[in-house]
Design a protein. Sequence first.
Length: 296
Amino acid sequence: MQRKLRIGTRGSKLALWQTEKVKGILLAAFPELPIEVITYKTLGDRHPELNLLQNQGKGVFCSEIEQALLNREIELAVHSVKDLPGELPEGLMLVAYLEREDPREVLIGWDGQTLENLVPGAVVGTSSIRRLLQLKRLRPDLEFAPIRGNVETRIRKVREGQYAATILALAGVRRIGLEEYISQTFELNEIIPAPGQGCIGIEICTADFKLQEMLHNLNHNTTEIAVRAERAFLRRMGGNCESASGAYARWVDGQIEMIGMYGRNAQNIVVKTIAGPAGEAEALGVHLAEGLLNFA
């Protein structure tokens, strides 16, 4: 295939790492393929003052890139799937999911402090209502404040003492080689991750059938099935600034097992686990979401 491919991405170190990974996989399969990487500043990049605790942020890190796809400025976009809203714009699709990295959350504590040994009243930076409520459930005596910036910036703010700690996705910290700053890794039943966390997704126009066929070979099937279940959960949950939800699906003995959480505040968080056939993964995600909504 001699067609030139233009890949759209954010300009952060992590986003570029993810894009280079996709580019490398493409070139391994198609050595002569001309590829150009085009970076975009999204709404979230241009306005660091946005308080994502009041706006859960879905779409603020991808909408400009998706518009570039629709305008045919680029042929594909590389995303952290956890940043994507449940419903993609009409005319776009996720054509491939790379094999998932560890989806767990990690704490970056000043001087290596863990959540347990933070002093009462210590300020933890997070711009995720999902993370905030789950941390509050574990440590209601801590203070929480919004924190913005890329992975490196958030880690720097903790090291400079602006915050006692922050919480990040392990996958992002690991991908850019900053694991040395991790002071604690949370198990999946302690802090339930965002749908799609740890997964890199490739988005294209649905009408580009040739590209669909070409990129389908990059897809990691077991990751796709699990993440589709989580994204079905996300779509059914909807979401607003007053509630939080998270979900993770994994393969267990040939079936999909899902854990999900929903909460309006730290005192009222509902957690539920279900399992079902892999062939009904998306229906399983919907069922989990409805069970949480009904219980709440």
